[in-house]
Design a binder for this molecule. Structure first.
Ligand code: ZN
Length: 334
């Protein structure tokens, strides 16, 4: 686990927590939208709490034995609980696929009891449990965690990270100190992205809803193809169903559906408010199309996209499904 420095927009929250480092509560909930660096923050916080020689900014030294264990993922006083990855298996058409689990299960929480009953390897040290994402706890796991939070073992800090905190059990929420993680201002995010060597920071950032780290992921996941798909969609009723389907298949069903959802979101938003969120560079086109929509048809289209998202893992149906989708898309417009 390599720890980067905190992101620039996190420095004041870091300082605030570190001022009171000795009196951190036994449970923290870091909440906020995806892609703003909450997980990285939680990891550097954990490493710094365990480090034997923090620097003047209270950041981990990266050189002591504790930092060494941490970076090799085997620190005896640290546990990371995340949804486990299923082993990859061959699906029916013979391609390798890895299904990502989204839930944290009770066995993972039960597995903590040994860890919690030990004392830190250092006589005055803390032990840390990092749970990410906390809304991934299924009901049984959440109840098991609640018991632990109700009778917190001494010198243990639970750090929960959540993109959708409202999905967390209220009884768990009430036992955590809640920290709203900052979203960078647009200017800060652009500056940081440019410093990372990213071209067209403006287009990517708005496409990612203001989350700079998500914008970076999207470069890898073919967001540029998504933007090309939007160009094809901008023909409205005259869009080429076949070209669109082909482009979407090339992008992969999941990313394609997500691109289509953003496009239809903007059509709907613009229809009612004259604003666009994800496609500011195509504002003119979106505005024009938004004036021509049959609302009920657009809502049906969004519902179809929701269904397509659920079945995105069944590659045999994708082509047919996409053609049906785009045929419907061309009928949205008057
Ligand atoms: Zn250290």
């Amino acid at each position: 686990m390599i720890v980067s420095e905190n992101y620039p927009w996190q420095s004041s929250i870091w300082q605030r927590l570190m001022l009171d480092k000795k009196r951190l509560p036994h449970a923290l909930l870091l909440r906020g939208q995806s892609g703003i660096g909450k997980q990285a923050f939680a990891i550097s916080l954990s490493q710094a709490m365990l480090c034997e020689k923090v620097n003047s900014a209270h950041q981990a030294c990266g050189a002591c034995p504790s930092c060494g264990w941490f970076e090799q993922d085997n620190h005896p006083d640290f546990r990371l609980i995340s949804p486990e990855q299923d082993v990859s298996k061959d699906d029916e058409v013979g391609t390798k696929s890895t299904k990502k689990r989204t839930q944290i299960v009770i066995e993972q929480i039960r597995g903590l009891s040994d860890f919690l009953s030990l004392s830190s390897h250092k006589s005055d040290g803390v032990r840390i449990v990092l749970i990410h994402p906390a809304e991934g706890l299924n009901t049984a796991a959440a109840n098991a965690l609640l018991k632990m939070l109700e009778e917190p073992p001494p010198n243990v800090i639970f750090i929960l990270v959540a993109h959708h905190a409202h999905k967390i059990l209220p009884t768990i929420m009430s036992r955590c100190q809640k920290i709203d993680m900052p979203v960078p201002s647009t200017d800060d995010a652009h500056a940081w992205m440019r410093q990372e060597g990213i071209q067209s920071a403006e287009v990517l950032l708005s496409y990612a809803g203001g989350s700079p780290l998500m914008a970076i992921d999207e470069i890898e996941e073919g967001v540029l193809t998504s933007i090309q798909i939007c160009k094809l969609l901008s023909f409205g009723a005259k869009s080429d169903v076949f070209q669109l389907s082909t482009a979407c298949l090339a992008l992969g069903m999941e990313n394609a559906v997500s691109a289509l959802q953003k496009w239809s979101y903007d059509l709907l938003l613009c229809h009612f408010t004259q604003e666009v969120r994800y496609h500011p560079s195509q504002e003119g086109v979106v505005k024009k199309l938004a004036q021509q929509i049959h609302l009920s048809q657009l809502l049906d289209f969004q519902k179809m996209l929701g269904d397509a998202k659920k079945s995105a893992n069944h590659p045999l149906n994708n082509e047919l499904q996409l053609e049906r989708l785009f045929l419907h898309y061309t009928q949205i417009f008057k």
